[in-house]
Ligand binder design. Structure first.
Ligand SMILES: *Cc1c(COP(=O)(O)O)cnc(C)c1O
Length: 385
């Protein structure tokens, strides 16, 4: 049996919408763009949504509009996809990593507060912003982070690229910070092929993002009038059509994913040596990936063996995430080394993302579980001598 790690869920609705754009000849900056944006804003509950050509572009524009630049620092997590820290480097600012909570895998708010207080005590300059990432679709502790941002006068940019539809205290993530960013690569909950979305309640921010994504053009100026240094971060109407169909199906999509996650949890929770993702009553998870963690006695070496074993059995899987601070160019730039963020490294050495998508069948899940069990057992018998 061959099972991919992820698999986009495209129906006739998506095909119809994309076909209609192809028939219309309005391939970019056509009517699908505002339709997708307004459906998205309505879903998240923000006044504005600005579509861009990737989540990374969205994060980059967030840095630009908040005027984060050379010499500034931004707090974020080392346990994430690399783009959430790279966007800070794009503007020559410096990421300050805060280690994660070992249960939620999100930035530890207490650690963040302690760090900021220590800066105040030592009369050192404060960072300009916090960039929390809702890792694997589990919301960060937003009430703590909002309080910290308030107390220390920091912007909040939420990286909600893995968390569309996740809720914290009944409110959708992405709507808490001044800016929230989503992504639509094919492995995300909804896809546009490539794409991203910036959400905000601030009209100035929305307008600036619209200009910056479109070569710095102004609202009423001509095609060749550029008010500021901008980019081509536009999302074509073909992509927007795909996105509109997907956002119309979002409830169905998230429901399917929750069912798959629950099935995995049921089948894996009693296996020795496996820690399943935590189900939490106080937040709504939007399942992005399904990541299990091997228990503490397993090493990274054993985890990698298991990943290889799963792949050899046709099962797509990966080591989500490798710590950002240990990526070679981060080590070179900032001198990071192993041991700098021990919780992140401990988790990162033991995690395995298993196949996870809307239409994963119980039969496929059973095959993954059976294979994982077999590989774990062969490990323990080797370990046992
Ligand atoms: C996917 C993702 C991004 C970037 O999205 P792209 O659309 O691939 O640029 C950023 N941050 C996180 C946490 C992500 O998972």
């Amino acid at each position: 049996m061959k099972i991919p790690l992820s698999n986009p869920d495209i129906t006739t609705l998506e095909r119809e919408y994309v076909q209609s754009v192809l028939n219309s000849k309005d391939l970019s900056l056509g009517p699908m763009l505002p339709s997708f944006e307004s459906a998205f804003a309505k879903y998240i509950g923000t006044k504005y949504a600005v579509a861009v050509n990737s989540g990374t572009s969205g994060l980059h524009l967030a840095m630009k509009v908040l005027d984060i630049k050379d010499g500034d620092a931004v707090i974020t997590t080392p346990f994430s996809f690399v783009a959430s820290a790279n966007c800070i480097l794009f503007e020559r600012a410096r990421p300050v990593f805060i280690d994660i909570d070992p249960v939620t895998y999100n930035m530890d708010a207490q650690r963040m507060e302690d760090y900021l207080s220590s800066l105040v005590t030592r009369h050192l300059p404060l960072p300009k912003a916090i960039l929390p990432v809702h890792v694997f679709g589990l919301p960060c502790n937003m009430s703590a982070m909002m309080k910290i941002a308030n107390n220390f006068n920091l912007h909040i940019i939420e990286d909600a690229c893995e968390a569309i539809g996740a809720e914290y205290e009944g409110e959708k993530v992405g709507a808490f910070g001044e800016i929230g960013v989503f992504a639509f690569y094919p492995n995300k909950q909804i896809t546009t092929g490539e794409g991203g979305m910036i959400v905000t309640n601030d009209e100035e921010i929305a307008k600036l993002c619209i200009s910056l994504r479109n070569q710095g053009r102004s609202e009423n100026g001509g095609w060749l009038a550029h008010e500021r240094l901008g980019y081509n971060y536009r999302l074509s109407d073909i992509n927007c059509a795909l996105g509109l169909a997907q956002i119309e199906r979002i409830e169905e999509i998230l429901k399917k994913r929750a069912i798959v996650a629950k099935m995995y949890n049921e089948k894996l929770k009693d296996i020795d040596g496996i820690i399943v993702p935590s189900y939490r009553a106080d937040v709504k998870i939007s399942w992005f990936v399904y990541v299990v963690r091997l228990s503490d006695q397993h090493s990274r070496f054993e985890r990698d063996k298991i990943i290889n074993g799963l792949r050899a059995s046709g099962i797509g899987c990966n080591n989500y995430f490798a710590p950002i601070h240990l990526q070679p160019f981060y080590k070179d730039l900032f001198g990071y080394k192993e041991g700098d963020f021990p919780v992140t490294e401990h988790v990162s050495d033991r995690t395995i993302a298993l196949p996870f998508f809307n239409n994963l069948t119980e039969e496929q899940i059973d095959y993954v579980v059976k294979t994982l069990k077999r590989l774990l057992c062969s490990r323990c018998s080797i370990l046992g001598g």
